[in-house]
Design a binder for this molecule. Structure first.
Ligand SMILES: Cc1cc2nc3c(=O)[nH]c(=O)nc-3n(C[C@H](O)[C@H](O)[C@H](O)COP(=O)(O)OP(=O)(O)OC[C@H]3O[C@@H](n4cnc5c(N)ncnc54)[C@H](O)[C@@H]3O)c2cc1C
Length: 328
């Protein structure tokens, strides 16, 4: 069976996303014999990124350019990639499972009439492994055709490019595409304030399992037991607006490694784990004894946080004689 791969390089603010290099290691793990990167964008930035890819990996790069590719848009990516992959005839088309990656991957698969396997976290016995139901089930998948579009979870493979040989070639292909139907007028970064992760020895993090915004108070009161502590959160909690995005820990948030990490009502999705797995001690509190977080935790507490944290606070008060605060 041929083992040729296309890796679709994604970028932001003129920089290659680290997930692109993770895909390079994913493909090498799969024994990829022929690898070609494809990068889309507008000149001049995309040319610099294409050269960087070719140098850092020793791999050939196809660089498709159009002024309409300055910003990502799904239909543009689908149409350009459909034309390009038919010239390289790959076995697998690999795309990072980022917000834009999982946006256009199924469109591309449908346009090429090939299977699409998304959110791959591992490979075992030539089967692709992906999590389902918040990490409680690990599904095994195999494409039903010789070619497929694959998306790979950020953080599931190492991201460094350790290559030091001669660079690959860059083929520049100006492409003729219409403008996207959505006009983007620019991007504004969200204002982020320091929440003290750098100095914190203890981080208490809230997951969706805390149940409501009111219960953030419980997390704050638990954190207040420790002099140098900070509050973390999963993306689910930030998406719900219970805590600001500056608290988010994970692949698209902060990376932390405190002495103690207390995960409250967190399922343990790979994107969250990759941001906190280097914590020295991890305590996880979850009602579900099969929660994925327990595979990473040092201490596993199968309890409801709404009853367990008040008991901890009460016991602390009783033993120390100090009332517990931290409701701000
Ligand atoms: C491209 C991409 C990037 C992402 N980046 C990040 C990221 O940076 N950080 C991040 O966190 N996520 C990220 N995610 C989202 C991630 O996949 C998960 O959806 C998210 O981490 C789940 O958050 P959660 O654990 O709070 O919620 P859930 O998965 O809903 O888990 C809630 C948990 O709480 C438990 N529970 C319920 N009630 C209680 C109770 N009363 N007491 C105790 N436990 C209870 C449940 O058993 C469950 O395990 C990303 C996803 C994608 C696709």
């Amino acid at each position: 069976m041929k083992r040729s791969f296309n890796i679709i390089a994604l970028h932001c603010d003129g920089k290659i996303l680290p997930e692109t290099y993770e895909l390079f290691n994913f493909v090498r793990d799969m024994g990829g014999e022929t690898i070609t990167f494809i990068i889309l964008g507008s000149e001049p930035h995309v040319l610099m990124m294409a050269r960087e890819l070719a140098e850092k990996t020793g791999t050939d790069v196809i660089c498709a350019t159009s002024k309409y590719l300055e910003n990502y848009y799904a239909q543009g990516y689908r149409d350009v990639l459909k034309g390009l992959v038919s010239t390289t005839d790959p076995c697998f088309i690999c795309i990072p499972h980022t917000a834009s990656g999982y946006d256009f991957a199924p469109l591309l698969a449908a346009a090429l009439n090939i299977p699409c396997i998304t959110a791959i976290e591992d490979i075992q016995d030539s089967l692709f492994i992906r999590s389902m139901f918040g990490g409680r089930i690990r599904a095994q998948a195999r494409p039903s055709a010789p070619s497929a579009v694959l998306t790979v979870q950020p953080g599931a493979w190492e991201g460094s490019a350790d290559y030091s040989g001669p660079g690959g070639t860059v083929r520049i292909l100006p492409v003729d595409i219409p403008p996207g139907k959505t006009v983007i007028h620019g991007f504004k970064k969200s204002l982020s304030h320091d929440v003290g992760f750098c100095d914190a020895e203890v981080i208490v993090s809230a997951g969706r399992g805390i149940g409501s915004e009111q219960n953030v108070t419980l997390i704050k009161r638990l954190a207040a037991l420790f002099p140098r502590s900070a509050i973390g959160a999963t993306r689910a909690v930030c998406d719900l607006g219970w805590l600001g995005y500056r608290h988010q820990i994970g692949i698209t948030g902060n990376t932390v490694s405190p002495r103690l990490y207390i995960a409250c009502g967190i399922s343990g999705a790979v994107q969250h784990i990759s941001g906190m797995k280097n914590s020295r001690i991890i305590v996880a509190i979850n009602t579900d004894r099969h929660a994925a977080i327990f595979r990473t935790a040092t201490y596993c507490i199968v309890e409801d946080i709404k009853t367990f944290i008040p008991l901890v606070l009460e016991e602390y008060s009783r033993r120390s004689g100090n009332p517990v605060n931290g409701s701000s």
